[in-house]
Design a protein around this ligand. Sequence first.
Ligand code: MTE
Ligand code: MOS
Length: 711
Amino acid sequence: MEKISQSVVKKDHAAKMEGRSIYVADYNTAKDGRKILTGKILHSKTARAKVLSVSVPDLPEGYFYVDARDIPGDNNVNIVLDDMPVFCRDTVEYIGEAIGMVVGPDAKEVDRILSGINVELEELEPVLDLRKSTEAFFNYEYGHGDLQKAFAEADKVFDEEFETGYQEQAYLETQGMMAEPEDLDRMFVHGSMQCCYYVHGAVKRVLGTDNIHILQDVTGGGFGGKEAFPSILATEVAVAARKANAPVRCVFDRREDMEYTSKRHPSICRYKAAVKDGKVTALDIDVIFNAGAYSTLSAVVLQRGLIAAPGIYNVPNIHVTGRALKTNTSPCGAYRGFGAPQTFFAIELLMNHIAQDLGVEPLAFKEAHLVKQGDPTSTCGEYHFPVPVQDMINEIDAVCDYRKKRKEYAKAQEGRFRRGIGMSMYFHGAGFTGSGERDLIKAVTRLHKYPDGKVEILASNGEIGQGLRTTFCKIVSHELNIPFDDVFFEHPDTARVPDSGPTVASRSLMTVGELLRRASVQLKEIWKDGEEQEVEERYKEPDFLIPFHLDKFEGDAYPTYAWGVNAVELEVDTLTGVAKVLGAYGNFDVGTPMDYNIVMGQMEGGLLQGIGYSSIEKMDYDNKGRIRNNSYSDYLIPTTKDVPNLKCLLHVEKYPYGPYGAKGAGELPLVGVPGAYVEAMEQALGKGHRLNHAPFTAEDTLFEIMKEVGK
Ligand code: MTE
Ligand code: MOS
């Protein structure tokens, strides 16, 4: 194992294990000792309505009601488009939307006031059915080759639809944010977040001043869920703190968090495939994502989903369209994988179904279509670096006896318990999609050396459980060849750190990590003992990239790719429908691991989240648009007990432009799991079962079995 991969004790290990970490909910007072007021949101109880009036009962001394009229700047949360208000405008668009906020010293009194507020509404017909939505926030199309010709010449045409559901990030710490007015009219906002500069941009716009600073507090997990939502909550508490001229904190309870904050987009993907001489010659793909009531991050989530839509297969003619559609439900957002799990699920199942129809083994069929180094990507970029998928398949086969079991379980199975095994393969486009890194983010990092030789990392990326405080410090200490303990990286405060971009898209470790490595090289060259020194490094797009043009969806959408292969083996109880996972296997190429234990933790956790997404994590809203699964007894997530036999392998294909060969790691392990899980389920249920949605729950299994009985 390379030196950099050898595991160390994480920088935040002791504080977290000993319960000393201070999360935003834990502060007893504001920074200057003032009492913190509790803020609670007046959420819309209706999915769509005109707001006619809001009557607030008489407020006791020290209590405030805050709404859009109190916003000094723009009533827009800066995300991608300008549609998301801080507090509602004339209408409410989903159950949970913030109409206003009540703040005051006593939480019970705040509750009492909230329940006394009377909101007069004129209800409007909500759009809840994704298939019936006609309003597209975003609409993209790309393709190449001659589709018409390929379909005209096809031996056979396949046409299938695939569906995926919500997934809730289920971080341990719910959303929480606090705003503290400081001297000279400065506003300080801190809390649980992934992207302090996103929050900075949002608060600045809403308060109409850049006399602000944003700090990430210790964050109990994000998984994408703290990419955009914290900007919303931060603006709300900032407006409240300005009005009350006092520190205000709002921490969501679990029910609020599950019902009203962003989740993974439900999707419907329609795939048409032309097959000639045993090969897929064309794919015509239409993807729709349920964006919810406001556009938030749907543009970028959809882009990633569409780019991944043809999977990792070389298909000469493709046409892809996609829309993020509005419904009157909570806005969906980022979740580990960011749009790609939906389309990878569809293409993986489609390939299985075509193979079975042609009478060949799906794995062999997929292998025959695998992309190779030098091949064009879906967007006419290039796979510039080795594609190790075939080797990874063989390695995983060696661990779980995939090919042998697949044959064995294909025999007709009788009796109550039936087994199946499935495999999926996929990539994670490492880093920001398209030209975002070059045109929007323009990351800057600094290293500050103190006279005592200690070095501080100045970057805006955050520790969210993925180990960044540790891996960043490892990179710098390794390059400078100084002790790990001499390098430190505090939680970012926009007053102190430059904008090195958000903690998203698995970009921090790869992209910002490389900037830090290069900054270390610089610092090493000018290093003078006893002096205070600072160096800066800025992002530069690698020369080999074929520039990406979003208008045409053309070029390298990503500089490189992390690769994943999963196998899932399960046993279905045909009496209860319950499936037991006998083994979940992942083989992952994330380049050089920056810390073996951290990377393994990422892989195992992500794989388990993927199993949840495939099987038991079901969430839906009722006919009023209200999320029904709002607690951990109604929304189950898997634990290690559900998947005791979970094994991950690392296949290392170094990326020359990442730190020591590292590629984006964090999201990969979740991305492709449903394809393997549902394929295993299909095999267990036996011939004739063609499954097309995830999660595939025990109830779904029983429905499938009933079909047999009905025959
Ligand atoms: N791991 C833990 N423990 N907690 C998290 O919130 N977020 C995931 C992933 N792994 C997450 C995690 C998501 S959504 C992303 S984008 C990446 O970590 C971020 O990786 P990076 O720090 O390299 O950008
Ligand atoms: Mo991760 S879904 O990009 O925050």
